[in-house]
Structures are given as structure tokens and as C-alpha cells.
Design a protein. Structure first.
Length: 625
């Protein structure tokens, strides 16, 4: 694929190196530095900046020049295409800034310069096309939990969306449609507008329909507050979609949320989750537009979340109007014409804080739409200190995760907890590996001291959930475990041995067991787990982004003066997120954030600290399609 791209070079703070970024094609007006003003430090040519989000260059690499996507219109929402840097007035945290660059980017969805609008052959091909700078990306989120099904609402909406996906878009554009229960693994990017229009033609809202479309959705009906659960599902699905869009490329992505509004106030406020959604959209350069199909007559308070989604991310709120098509035309127009405005903040860099941005244009009658701000990096994130050597426990957790993908007929996981009479409660959970002709129905576990001695044995058949559980009380120390998997008739189909280190969980000293993953089949079961109720451990370490799971770990000798933390680490051992650990007494628990993680391998690490003593427990897991 040939790209007609213009490079630009921006100085990276601290490291003293140069970062080169491409600029989207079809730049209609190059940015110029005003006469008499020095060029930004490190700039080697007055080339325009790249189409990257305002926060992302600063957040990722400490680029001194902050970039802001700005839509500028005049009159009947017609784009202004002749603005220079001096035409913009920009403030950061209320302090005026000097606009150094302003570049107009225009895209209309048409194939240019011999490039074809290729038919999407597969989703891998779609992702490759989505990475192109000349392809506009549109995602439509149908919040059917907060939409009605009446004809006066659905008929105009279907017609408007058919025009939005059909005539308004160009042959090069990529579109996807998602609802609250669509898993990311089922998300399809396409250029087949006929298929999408047919899909939406039969669409109906479900705000008064509680018939489940799946076992997971049926479980929502068991909740005492189904409306809260539905809002939680919508916000979580939007967060997953935003993170998916953020990972496709750095340039602008357009998300249209069709909803009557997402309620946030219940017995538990969903405001923190909603704010996290806004933060992720700003980081990922995802512009969110909102649409309420009910038309005129809805008061402003009804649309509060719709206004916030749009205004905080630089989008438009199409509400309280009967002319849905006009609003959607503006959505397409905003994706077609926008300025990349660049400035160097006067504040101290790398403070790790959110900085609010205000943008105006000096032209009479001009209107601007831009995101409200961006997150700057912290000093720690900008440190040029080489990454530390991978901790042995992290390396072991990843190795253990990889070893599960061998030719054994069963996945086996072992966890530890306090037992009786100074012993340790060992729990082995297992599940047959799909694809083997000889499928085991039972697993025998023998545990004996590595130095020799009497074996402690147990056996478990598969339960109704497709897993088996063996519980043994064993002494702490270095042990040798022997596993025998057998068919229903008793014939052994696989046998293997593995060393086993049993921690001392008698409480004599601070000690951490191994994390145990517990998967929930329904939302009701998940809520019960979160409250600390019991549940069988799972041998699974690979999860989809729609799964629900918690992780528990036994910690001995903690006492009242100990602190316990949990963190998700990348494969490189870098802390990605800190998770609140809930004290259940002899165990601690965290919610596994599968919806918030991209596909890949991770390590969950618990750390217990009491005075000058600390102990850790780790386990590897993966997010898969």
C-alpha cells in the first residue's frame, strides 16, 4: 500500500531523541509559524503535525507540542477551511497559550490516487484497512436497553441511520454496529452498507423488554435492580468499544451512541465508571456523538449523560430534534474536516494531571468543537531509566501460563489456603483440554515430600460445570505432585509429575498463597462472588472480554496492621493497573478487569506488607478472542 504522507519531527523531552510521526493525506492547508516567532525547539522543517489525539503524544512520549482536534464551522455548520494559527485563541487551565501550528485535515471517504476501496475479506483485513490514515472509522452503538420500540421512535431512527450508513458515507469508510451484549470477538468492520442497513431495518429498543437473548442476559432478570445492571452493562460495553477503537490507530475515530440517556444514580452510583469512560475516550482520540430518536419535547435533564458524552469528547448531542438526518450530516462533516492545533504548554511538563483546554476562533460567527482536555504524563512515566530485570515470580507466572498450551489432556491449577492442625489446604482444579480423542473423566492427585515419604492422595471426577476439584491437607515445604488422568473405564490416558512448593500458611510468618480464579456464569453469581460468597475455583487462565471473574488469595500472618495490594502487570513486568483488594477474612479478593484489557498476556500480582516484611503471589492469565 502506498501512502502519500508528510513527516514531521517533534522533540521528545528528557530523552533527547527525535520522534517522527506521519500526517494524514489530503492536508488542505499547511500550518505556518507566525512571522517573527521562533520555530519550536527541535523542529527541522515547518511541516504540519500528525493526526494524533491531543493527549496521546504527550501521554505516550512526552512530546512537547500538544495537539488538539478542533472542528470549526460557520453559518449553517459549514466548515472553515482557511484558518491560520493566529486565528485561534487557546487556553490551558485558563492560561492563554501560543498556537504554533494549525493544519486542516480533509477526508471524504473516497479512494484517491489509484487506491481502491477494497471489499473486506476478513476481520484481520479490516483491521489492516482501519490502520490507514485515509480511512474514516464509524462505530454505531445501539443502546437498546435505553431505547423504546414504538413506531414513532423506531421508524424515523431506522430511516436516519440508513441514510447515515448509506449515502452519507464514502466507499473507503469502515463501519461497525454494536449493542450492549455484543462481544468484541463478534465485532465486524465492513464496507457492506446493504448488510448493515438491513440489520438496522429490523431493530427494536428493549427498555421494556426483559426477555433474555442469552443466558447472561437472562441472569440480569434475577437482579433486584435490573435497571442498574443494564446501565452497568452499557457503560462496560462502551468502555470495551472505546478501548478497541483506541487500539486501531492514533487518528480520529467516530462513535455514535444511540440512546435516550444512561441512568447513573442508583443504590450504587455509576458516576466513577462513567468518568472512566470519558477519560478513555479522550486518551484514545474517540469522538463520541449521541443521538436520542424521541424528537422534540424531551427536557434537558433527561439528556444529561448524552450531553456529557458529546461535550467532553468533542462530539455533538443530537437531542430534542425531529431532524435526525441533519444532525447525522454534521457528524459525517465533523469527521471530514477538522484542524490539528498544536501548542507548547507554558506549565511544567510531566505532572501527571488532567489539563482543561478551551479553544476559540477569532472569526466572527465561527463555532468550535473540541475535547475538554488531556492527561499529561507523570515524571515516573517519562523516566528514561532502563526497565528493571523481570522479577523471577513474574517470569515464572508467564512460563506457567505458556506451559498450559502443551499436549497434556487436562488443564490443572493448584491453590493453597490455611488448613487444620498446622497443615495447608491444597485445592487442585482441573478441566479436560478440548480436541483429544481420549477425554479424561477423572483426575487422581498424589502429593508426597520431595525428599521422600508417604503420599497423600485424592481423586475427583468432572462435575456438571465441566471441572473437577481435589482437596488435600498437606504439610508446607517442597513437594512432588503426580497427576493421573483416566477415562470413564479407569484406563489412564495421561500421567505426569511436577514440583510443588507449598507455602507455610499457619500464620507464624507473613505468607501468600497462589491466586485462585473463580469464574461466574451469570451476573447474579458474579455479584454474589463480589460480596464474598463461595464459589468453586476455575482452572481457566484464558478469558474473553465478556467473561466475569474474581480472584482470591489466602494470606497468612497478615494481622490488622498489614496492607494488601493487587496489580495487573504487562508481559514486561510494568504495572498497568492497581486493583482494590477486598478483605474477606482469611482471603483477599479482586475483580478481574477482563473488559478493560486488550488481547494479550498479563500477570496478576498480590503483595502483602507488614512492617518491613513483604510477600507476593502471582499468576499469569490471558485475554483472548
Amino acid at each position: 500500500m502506498t501512502r502519500r504522507l508528510l513527516p514531521w519531527i517533534a522533540l521528545v523531552l528528557g530523552a533527547g531523541v527525535l520522534a517522527v510521526h506521519p500526517v494524514a493525506p489530503q492536508v488542505a492547508a499547511s500550518a505556518q509559524v507566525p512571522p517573527g516567532q521562533p520555530s519550536p525547539a527541535g523542529t527541522q522543517a515547518p511541516a504540519p503535525p500528525p493526526p494524533v489525539p491531543d493527549d496521546q503524544p504527550v501521554f505516550r512520549g512526552g512530546v512537547k507540542l500538544v495537539l488538539v482536534d478542533v472542528t470549526v464551522t460557520v453559518g449553517d455548520d459549514q466548515p472553515l477551511e482557511d484558518l491560520a494559527p493566529s486565528d485561534f485563541e487557546l487556553t490551558e487551565d485558563g492560561i492563554p497559550q501560543v498556537v504554533e501550528q494549525a493544519t486542516l485535515v480533509t477526508l471524504d471517504g473516497s479512494a484517491r490516487g489509484g487506491n481502491e476501496a477494497l471489499e473486506i475479506r476478513s476481520q484481520d483485513h479490516a483491521l489492516a484497512e482501519a490502520a490507514r490514515d485515509d480511512v474514516r472509522l464509524f462505530a454505531v452503538f445501539m443502546d437498546d436497553y435505553h431505547l423504546g420500540r414504538f413506531p414513532q421512535e423506531m421508524v424515523p431512527l431506522r430511516r436516519a441511520l440508513a441514510d447515515f450508513i448509506g449515502p452519507m458515507m464514502g466507499p473507503l469508510d469502515l463501519v461497525t454496529v454494536m449493542n450492549p451484549i455484543t462481544p468484541l470477538s463478534a465485532l465486524e468492520w465492513t464496507r457492506d452498507r446493504t448488510q448493515l442497513i438491513q440489520q438496522l431495518r429490523n431493530y427494536e429498543g428493549r427498555n421494556d423488554n426483559f426477555i433474555g437473548r442469552s443466558p447472561l442476559e437472562e441472569s440480569q432478570n434475577l437482579s433486584r435492580n435490573i435497571q442498574r445492571v443494564r446501565s452497568q452493562v452499557v457503560i462496560t460495553a462502551l468502555q470495551a468499544l472505546v478501548m478497541h477503537l483506541s487500539g486501531l490507530r492514533e487518528g480520529r475515530k467516530t462513535l455514535l451512541v444511540v440512546s435516550q440517556g444512561i441512568p447513573l444514580m442508583f443504590d450504587v452510583s455509576l458516576e466513577p465508571d462513567f468518568q472512566q469512560l470519558l477519560r478513555e475516550a479522550n486518551r484514545g482520540n474517540v469522538i463520541i456523538h449521541t443521538l436520542d430518536p424521541r424528537g422534540l419535547g424531551m427536557g434537558p435533564g433527561v439528556h444529561s449523560t448524552l450531553f456529557r458524552l458529546a461535550s467532553e469528547t468533542g462530539g455533538r448531542a443530537i437531542v430534542n430534534t425531529n431532524d435526525l438526518a441533519r444532525g447525522l450530516e454534521r457528524v459525517v462533516r465533523d469527521a471530514s474536516h477538522h484542524y490539528l492545533v498544536g501548542y507548547t504548554p507554558t506549565r511544567e511538563m510531566n505532572d501527571g494531571k488532567f489539563h482543561r483546554i478551551g479553544v476559540k476562533v477569532k472569526r466572527k460567527g465561527a463555532r468550535t468543537v473540541a475535547r475538554r482536555g488531556y492527561w499529561a504524563p507523570s515524571a515516573e512515566e517519562m523516566s528514561t531509566t532502563p526497565a528493571p530485570v523481570l522479577e523471577p515470580e513474574v517470569s515464572t507466572a508467564l512460563t506457567s501460563l505458556q506451559s498450559r498450551r502443551d499436549d497434556r489432556v487436562a488443564h490443572v491449577e493448584t491453590g493453597f489456603g490455611p488448613g487444620a492442625n498446622g497443615l495447608v489446604r491444597l485445592t487442585t482444579t482441573w478441566r479436560p483440554v478440548p480436541g483429544f480423542r481420549d477425554r479424561p473423566e477423572s483426575l487422581r492427585v498424589e502429593v508426597r515430600p520431595a525428599a521422600g515419604g508417604e503420599a497423600i492422595t485424592g481423586q475427583a471426577s468432572l462435575g456438571s460445570d465441566g471441572t473437577g476439584h481435589v482437596t488435600l491437607d498437606v504439610p508446607p515445604g517442597e513437594m512432588l505432585a503426580r497427576y493421573s488422568a483416566a477415562e470413564p473405564g479407569g484406563d489412564v490416558v495421561d500421567r505426569w509429575e511436577a514440583p510443588l512448593t507449598v507455602p507455610d500458611l499457619t500464620g507464624a510468618s507473613l505468607a501468600v498463597g497462589s491466586p485462585m480464579f473463580i469464574r461466574a456464569r451469570t451476573t447474579a453469581a458474579y455479584q454474589a462472588l463480589r460480596r464474598g460468597e463461595g464459589g468453586p475455583p476455575s482452572p481457566d487462565r484464558e478469558f474473553r472480554q465478556t467473561d466475569l471473574a474474581v480472584v482470591r488469595i489466602a494470606i497468612a500472618g497478615a494481622g490488622d496492621d498489614a496492607s494488601v495490594t493487587a496489580a495487573v502487570l504487562t508481559r514486561e513486568g510494568k504495572a498497568l493497573a492497581t486493583l482494590p483488594a477486598k478483605d474477606l477474612g482469611a482471603e483477599y479478593q479482586v475483580d478481574l478487569p477482563v473488559r478493560s484489557l486488550a488481547l494479550g498476556e498479563y500477570v496478576l500480582q498480590f503483595t502483602a506488607t507488614r512492617g518491613a516484611t513483604s510477600a507476593t503471589g502471582t499468576a499469569g492469565f490471558a485475554i483472548v478472542r
